[in-house]
Design a protein around this ligand. Structure first.
Ligand code: B1M
Length: 211
């Protein structure tokens, strides 16, 4: 079995204790870090999601798969992030109110940091006002990213954009959104400045928006 396939299987089956060594072995074997992330871990999480939908796995299995992926990403982190920290300005990011999914948000944070931003991570279940407070505390911040993974928390994305606009930041701070149920159409509908489907394109878009 290839190293990447072994990593995918480990994430899918929640082998928390094995993942760090497996990722390190793949790096030592000169496997590409992005391939380890995308073909190994992200693909495995998608499979876990499909199995959850079919009632083949349940929340505890999703949780342990997520924990496994997070540990693996920590080993990968230095191989993914390479930018000169903070040169491009500040980027505030969070997962919206009611939503606890943070793996995608963390990957976006990692890639945006790698592109040269100083990332201020507000965590998960972030109330719209918390985004506004963070902007007030960081008046030099040029961009905000909000993530939502549930169809039921898409409304919270809308509220977040509205709160930021209402606080007077419309046109001054760029708002980027993303997450599995999000589309460009939805971004246009709620007045976000950009939608990107993945972490890599989020970093590229952030650079484009602030330059
Ligand atoms: Co949940 N979950 N979950 N879950 N979970 C999903 C999202 C789901 C699709 C599974 C399914 O049914 N197939 C489903 C949502 C269905 C829907 O709304 N349509 C679901 C559900 C239902 C739930 C619960 C309600 C289950 C329950 O309790 N009955 C519950 C909700 C809790 C809550 O948030 N209030 C729940 C809980 C959990 C766990 C806590 C167990 C765990 C999360 C752990 C954690 O994050 N720390 C979990 C997991 C692991 C998943 C799946 C399996 C994997 C998510 C993930 O990490 N993917 C997920 C199934 C799936 O997504 N296929 C599922 C890997 C990650 C790299 O991808 O997050 O999509 P993703 O991020 C991508 C892009 O979306 C994009 O870039 C990332 C990387 O390229 N992106 C952005 C993300 N944010 C962005 C922001 C940007 C730009 C791009 O700009 C700012």
């Amino acid at each position: 079995m290839s190293k990447i396939k072994e990593i995918a299987t480990a994430v899918e089956t929640g082998k928390v204790k094995l993942i760090e060594a497996l990722v390190q072995e793949a790096i030592d074997a000169k496997e590409d870090a992005t391939a380890i992330l995308e073909e190994g871990m992200i693909t495995a999480m998608a499979i876990v999601g499909e199995k959850f939908q079919k009632n083949e796995v349940f929340v505890p299995e999703m949780l342990v798969a997520a924990k496994t992926m997070k540990k693996g990403v920590e080993i990968l982190r230095p191989h993914l992030a390479s930018g000169s920290l903070g040169k491009k300005g500040k980027f505030i990011i969070g997962t919206v109110k009611g939503d606890l999914h943070d793996i995608g948000k963390n990957l976006v944070a990692l890639m945006v940091e790698s592109a040269g931003f100083e990332v201020i991570d507000l965590g998960v279940d972030v109330e719209p006002d918390k985004f506004v407070d963070a902007l007030k505390e960081n008046p030099d911040c040029k961009a905000v990213g909000a993530s939502a993974l549930l169809t039921t928390t898409m409304d919270a994305l809308k509220e977040t954009v509205e709160a930021i606009h209402k606080a007077g930041y419309k046109g001054k701070v760029k708002i980027m959104i993303g997450g599995a149920p999000i589309t460009q159409e939805f971004a246009d509908l709620i007045g976000a400045d950009a939608y990107t489907p993945d972490a890599g394109s989020a970093a590229t878009k952030a650079l484009e928006l602030v330059s």
